[in-house]
Design a protein around this ligand. Structure first.
Ligand SMILES: Cc1cc2nc3c(=O)[nH]c(=O)nc-3n(C[C@H](O)[C@H](O)[C@H](O)COP(=O)(O)OP(=O)(O)OC[C@H]3O[C@@H](n4cnc5c(N)ncnc54)[C@H](O)[C@@H]3O)c2cc1C
Length: 433
């Protein structure tokens, strides 16, 4: 018997287990993949640790990292990102003044300054609601003097006040344009995007290693390469889990950071929930990301001026692309010709080539639809509606909690869902013992 079983050693599961173990609870983290970090982890291709999913950070608050004792550096290339706009490059420099100068090439410097100030205001305002154990409702946020604008207006309405259409892709993915402008704030962090780094090593593996070490230091146990087959529920309360290899492990509480669809439908079972909840989860519009990886024998060469910005996040027409030493990753699915327009690939020196499709992600992480945010980041699943209206991090099953990307504030590497879910368990602990 342990105090808490955490399903999933993704960053949220690891962060939750640090908080719980530091509070003195006996914590066991289980994940069926063999690396720490889940989608913010890495796998080894041709001897190189390559990101499996996330490659840049920016949404994880600095104060949360300090509190957890995660001592990594934030490597920000200069420029941080380069956006290919037709035949031109738009560079996203580190300083606001440089960005304004860049946008003045199109006479848009003042507009950019006004928009960026609004986004900074958004983050200052959001901070008040981030660490809430009862996630804020849309109505509550509508009463906030700053956030209300980001909820009332659609993404396209917000952007069109400042910039012509051809710049919008720099700030938000096309499918979110019709969602509340909240998503524009969310995806444009005030710290900007950065690469985790330590002792000269750059890459998401640095973050995953640091988190994993912090979990072990806090005293939690981690088992990788072992799946959870079922969450055991008896008389309306959780009793533990049954693992893929048939072991029964008892616990006072179970925190699942797997997707809510996976957790509630597959691990617990439809029979425990109202039909409206099952329908809500089963009818989620699915969709996911693809990943292309190329590992070369020598450094990857980019074409023309782009080669000057090898370290930057490259926003290419087919998806974000990142080059590190001898490897290149694209979050997207370019054809060979599309890729060759920007990358000078000598196929005779390609050592490894990997393509991960949404259905690969689905089976790798037991992730319905391969959705990298576990649930859509659409109004129906935002704020206190994520994952089920009014649940927050709890469920109707006593002792069962949710704390992955499918809970407030949402997907990407923020660490906030895991942190809040752990604090919710601690606040309920006297009734769970
Ligand atoms: C291609 C791609 C690129 C991305 N790029 C970025 C980026 O650059 N920056 C960013 O911030 N975000 C990015 N993301 C999104 C980000 O990676 C995720 O939203 C985030 O990592 C989710 O974290 P999590 O801890 O909530 O869940 P996960 O990382 O999904 O962790 C949940 C874990 O639960 C495990 N699990 C599930 N079911 C079971 C079971 N039955 N038994 C045991 N274990 C189980 C899974 O194996 C998984 O490891 C990207 C994602 C993808 C796929």
């Amino acid at each position: 018997m342990v105090d808490v079983i955490v399903i999933g050693a993704g960053h949220n599961g690891l962060i939750a287990s640090i908080v719980l173990a530091k509070a003195g609870l006996d914590v066991l983290v289980i994940d069926h993949v063999t690396w720490p970090g889940g989608m913010a982890g890495y796998h080894v291709i041709s001897g190189i640790e390559v990101p499996i999913g996330a490659y840049v950070l920016g949404l994880i608050p600095n104060d949360l990292m300090s509190e957890l004792g995660i001592g990594i550096e934030q490597y920000k290339p200069e420029p941080i990102a380069v956006y290919v706009k037709g035949s031109e490059l738009v560079r996203w420099w580190r300083s606001l003044e440089d960005r304004i100068r860049e946008f003045n090439r199109w006479g848009l410097g003042d507009n950019l300054r006004a928009m960026w100030n609004k986004i900074m205001d958004f983050h200052r305002a959001l901070r008040k609601y981030l660490y809430r154990l009862n996630p804020p409702s849309k109505e509550e946020l509508l009463n906030d003097p700053v956030l209300s604008e980001f909820i009332r207006s659609k993404g396209w309405e917000f952007l069109s006040q400042y910039l012509p259409r051809e710049f919008w892709d720099m700030f938000i993915f096309e499918p979110y344009l019709d969602q509340p402008a909240f998503m524009i704030g969310y995806y444009n962090p005030d710290t900007d995007w950065w690469f985790p780094a330590k002792n000269g090593e750059v890459g998401i593996q640095v973050f995953a290693h640091e988190l994993y070490n912090a979990v072990l230091r806090a005293g939690a146990k981690v088992v990788l390469g072992l799946g959870v087959k079922k969450v055991i529920v008896d008389s309306g309360r959780v009793r533990g889990v049954l693992t893929d290899d048939g072991r029964r492990i008892e616990a006072r509480a179970v925190l699942s950071t797997a997707s809510p669809i996976n957790t509630l439908i597959n691990l617990v079972g439809k029979e425990y929930f109202d039909k409206s909840i099952v329908d809500r989860l089963m009818n989620v519009q699915l969709g996911g990301a693809s990943r292309l990886v190329i590992v070369n024998n020598g450094p990857i060469k980019l074409r023309n001026e782009l080669n000057n910005y090898r370290d930057s996040i490259l926003q290419l027409p087919f998806g974000e692309t990142v080059v590190h030493d001898n490897y290149l990753i694209v979050t997207g699915l370019p054809t060979r010709d599309e890729l060759s327009e920007y990358v000078d690939i000598d196929w005779s020196v390609v050592k490894a080539f990997e393509l991960i499709t949404p259905s690969d992600y689905e089976s790798m992480f037991r992730l319905a639809g391969g959705n990298l945010n576990h649930l859509p980041m659409t109004e129906e699943y935002m704020f206190s509606n994520r994952p089920i209206p009014g649940w927050g991090y709890s469920t109707p099953i006593k002792g069962l909690y949710l704390g992955g990307a499918g809970t407030w504030p949402g997907g990407q590497v923020t660490g906030v869902p895991g942190y809040n879910a752990a604090r919710k368990i601690l606040s309920d602990w006297s009734s769970l013992r």
